[in-house]
Design a binder for this molecule. Structure first.
Ligand code: UDP
Ligand code: MG
Length: 324
């Protein structure tokens, strides 16, 4: 992220925009009105995610008229997560607030998010308590998904999918987003020691344009959740997962083999009368392959950390007596 300019910027609001032409003028006006009421130095970073409906030109007009607005045009449509990442990379504020560009989030909530940060939190997540989307297709599936994410991550939020959140800048250092992962940033922050909370925020129905997503997003979110959990728990020790599973297979293989021999010698059951020998061989093969994959993952891990000088820890702060 670039360093701040002459006057330090307190707050960056960043919005990914993909084909939101009719939403842009009211969006800008409402954000401007909400932020001017806050008496903080602010900037607005609008990311055009390869729009082809004229949004790009409209964004440029907004930036030309207001020096506090930066527009970042991506070369094509990369998706909401990548667009958000671009917004974060260009944000200079001490506090960063992402939100959607379709007027479903309400900029007047930003002040309340900031007030919550001031209470000593590092991340405040919006919760669309009264969500204005399709009851089954969106609201129900998102309830299930949020429950699942809370269980797996151990971070309990009602609404991971809500784009409107507020972060202290430090919490985003080193964050790289892939797939649908923008919703997991609070989890990442929590696991790195951040104080995370949530507050209810307003939510409006979409008036212009259409949602870019359907039900398939739920599957992507679940897969991403597995990746996040795996990377956090085992990224620095993949052999524990692969090797653990491998050893389990080898034990089971041994057990199945013994059982088959027992049946043969003491119960008069021939080896081809039960699936046990086959099972034993299959489990042995799986176990050995899994352990070998674990070793491979350990080599990859070393390549990752050592070739890029990436430490295996993150520092909160270092305290040393002056002059020592
Ligand atoms: N968006 C984007 N790139 C995409 C899809 C969406 O930048 O490929 C933006 C979109 O313009 C909006 C936000 O991401 O500002 C959320 O998208 P949408 O409203 O379609 O999602 P929903 O609210 O239905 O979850
Ligand atoms: Mg929306």
């Amino acid at each position: 992220m670039p360093a701040a300019g002459d006057t330090p910027i307190d707050l960056t609001v960043t919005v990914p925009v993909y084909n939101e032409l009719d939403n842009l003028p009211p969006l800008y006006e409402r954000i401007r009105a909400a932020l001017e009421a806050l008496s903080r130095q602010w900037e607005l970073v609008l990311v055009d995610d390869g729009s082809n409906d004229g949004s790009a030109a409209r964004l440029d007009e907004i930036a030309a008229a207001d020096a506090r607005v930066t527009v970042v045009h991506l070369s094509r449509n990369y998706g909401q997560t990548a667009a958000l990442m671009a917004g974060l990379d260009h944000a200079r504020g001490a506090i960063i607030v992402p939100m959607d560009g379709d007027l479903q989030n309400d900029p007047t909530d930003i002040g309340r998010l900031l007030a919550k940060l001031d209470e000593g939190y590092d991340v405040v997540s919006g919760w669309r308590k009264d969500r204005q989307d399709h009851p089954i297709k969106r609201n129900f599936t998102s309830r299930v998904a949020n429950w699942l994410i809370s269980q797996v991550s151990g971070v309990h939020l009602h609404d991971y999918g809500c784009s409107l959140k507020a972060y202290r800048r430090e919490m985003l250092a080193g964050v790289k987003l892939y797939g649908e992962m923008h919703r997991f940033v609070p989890i990442y922050a929590r696991w790195n020691g951040a104080r995370v909370t949530e507050i209810p925020v307003l939510h409006h129905p979409r008036l212009h344009g259409e949602s870019k997503y359907g039900l398939e997003r739920v599957l992507k979110v679940v897969l991403d959740l597995i990746v996040v959990k795996f990377l956090f728990r085992y990224a620095s020790k993949p052999i524990y997962l692969f090797g653990g599973f491998g050893l389990l297979c080898l034990f089971a293989s041994f057990g199945a083999g013994l059982w088959a021999l027992w049946l043969k010698f003491f119960e008069d059951t021939s080896l081809i009368q039960t699936p046990l020998p086959l099972l034993s061989v299959f489990l042995a093969g799986s176990g050995i392959i899994s352990i070998l994959m674990g070793l491979l993952a350990e080599m990859l891990n070393r390549t990752y950390h050592e070739s890029q000088q990436k430490p295996v820890y993150r520092i909160g702060s270092v305290v040393r007596r002056g002059g020592d």
